[in-house]
Design a binder for this molecule. Structure first.
Ligand SMILES: [Zn+2]
Length: 91
């Protein structure tokens, strides 16, 4: 999956994904925010953490350029998602 670049993240805030279909690969894995497992039907969001350990992406981040960010998936509610930006993307 292509992760949003920082500049895009700032423009779109938190993007909503879901609802999860049965058999989605992340079902059964834990949400790092609340430690509850993802279930079919859940809506989720990707929270960007930063450039990770990639030196090239770190250099871009330091110089203020857009970079490919490492992101973690959390429940939509755990990301503080609101109904104003709730257009869901099928995953
Ligand atoms: Zn959660």
């Amino acid at each position: 999956m292509a992760l949003p670049r920082r500049s895009e993240r700032e423009a779109i805030a938190v993007r909503k994904f879901g609802p999860k279909s049965h058999g989605h690969p992340s079902i059964g894995t834990k949400c790092p925010a609340c430690q509850q497992v993802f279930e079919a039907g859940d809506y989720t969001a990707l929270v960007c953490l930063g450039p990770g350990d990639d030196p090239e992406e770190q250099a871009k981040a330091k110089s203020g350029r857009p970079y490919n960010a490492v992101a973690v998936e959390v429940h939509w509610e755990c990301a503080g998602g609101t109904s104003e930006n709730s257009d869901a993307t099928e995953v």
